[in-house]
Design a protein around this ligand. Structure first.
Ligand code: ADP
Length: 184
């Protein structure tokens, strides 16, 4: 219950744009280095295989690529998304974290090979309190607010977040953060 209240409080503050963000320039290299190792131990502990892949679609510009972000908030987004993947993927499953630097953005994809998301649910998973199966999911302790909070945080950064899925084959939640123009 405390978690629910804390999440709701945070979401309200985000929606009212009353949340303080500590925005700092971070190179995509530092970003990838940090998140590459961030979840390894936890996921191994959950009995899941974990892979990370990073690549650039513009190799020569990779080094100068910068995002302006609040690291703690982006960490919160990724933690929410990965925690969802863990909840919906059976032991022995695979979670892949992809980092792609393209012309305009840093794209982060979390792909799992768990239960997936029904096509009719896909448009709503970023809505507040949206939960597929309330009775089944309460054990996971989710508030139904995790992805709504993630979307607000990514919106604040001028990015976007989306989901793709095939039922029975897994889900992919991805977000894109805009690169600072001109490499700064
Ligand atoms: P919850 O607290 O229920 O996890 P979220 O906002 O984080 O709330 O997620 C909303 C809903 O989206 C979940 O209840 C679940 O039905 C669906 N969902 C999110 N990520 C995944 C995933 N990786 N695989 C399957 N379903 C997912």
């Amino acid at each position: 219950m405390n978690r629910l209240i804390a999440d709701l409080f945070q979401l309200s503050k985000l929606e009212a744009r009353q949340m303080d963000f500590d925005i700092q320039p971070v190179s995509t290299e530092d970003f990838i280095r940090y998140f590459d190792e961030r979840y390894e131990l936890e996921l191994a502990g959950a009995g899941l295989r974990f892979e990370t892949v990073a690549y650039s679609l513009r190799p020569e510009a990779h080094r100068q690529a910068i995002v302006k972000i609040d690291m703690d908030r982006i960490d919160q987004v990724l933690t929410n998304v990965i925690y969802n993947a863990v909840k919906h993927t059976p032991r022995g499953g695979l979670i892949q974290l992809h980092f792609i630097v393209d012309e305009h953005s840093l794209v982060v994809q979390v792909q799992d090979n768990g239960s997936g998301i029904d096509p009719e649910d896909l448009p709503y998973i970023f809505d507040r309190f949206y939960k597929k199966d309330k009775s089944r999911n309460t054990a996971g302790g989710g508030s139904g607010l995790g992805l709504a909070i993630a979307k607000e945080i990514i919106d604040y950064h001028g990015g976007r977040i989306w989901a793709q899925s095939r039922v029975g084959q897994g889900a992919c939640i991805a977000f894109a953060l805009p690169l600072v123009k001109g490499g700064e």
